[in-house]
Design a protein around this ligand. Structure first.
Ligand code: SF4
Ligand code: SF4
Length: 87
């Protein structure tokens, strides 16, 4: 079975992969600003950004909050911002 781009394993293979409980920052995507370039999907080490075009979603159950997606989202879009978890 082919794997998704940018990851070594599909998210959701194991309950142990759920990182939402210890994440410090979480990403928020503004789909209105998204250009659909796909960079965030390519770079996410967890492969937890799904969808296509400008209608992407982030599965926070598997996001570890590394911020790579927000960092690499192109300057002209800046469609992803990181926010401190309220725990
Ligand atoms: S913060 Fe990291 S793990 Fe979460 S969606 Fe962005 S790149 Fe993926
Ligand atoms: S990197 Fe930014 S502009 Fe590109 S698809 Fe992801 S959210 Fe959209």
């Amino acid at each position: 079975m082919p794997l998704g781009i940018g990851c070594t394993a599909k998210p959701g293979k194991s309950r142990n992969n759920k990182t939402g409980s210890w994440r410090v920052y979480y990403p928020v995507m503004d789909n209105a600003k998204c250009t659909g370039c796909g960079t965030c999907q390519l770079i996410c080490p967890e492969g937890c950004i799904t969808g296509s075009g400008k209608t992407l979603q982030i599965d926070l159950d598997f996001c570890k909050g590394c911020g790579l997606c927000a960092e690499e989202c192109p300057d002209k879009a800046k469609a992803i911002s990181m926010h401190l978890e309220d725990k």
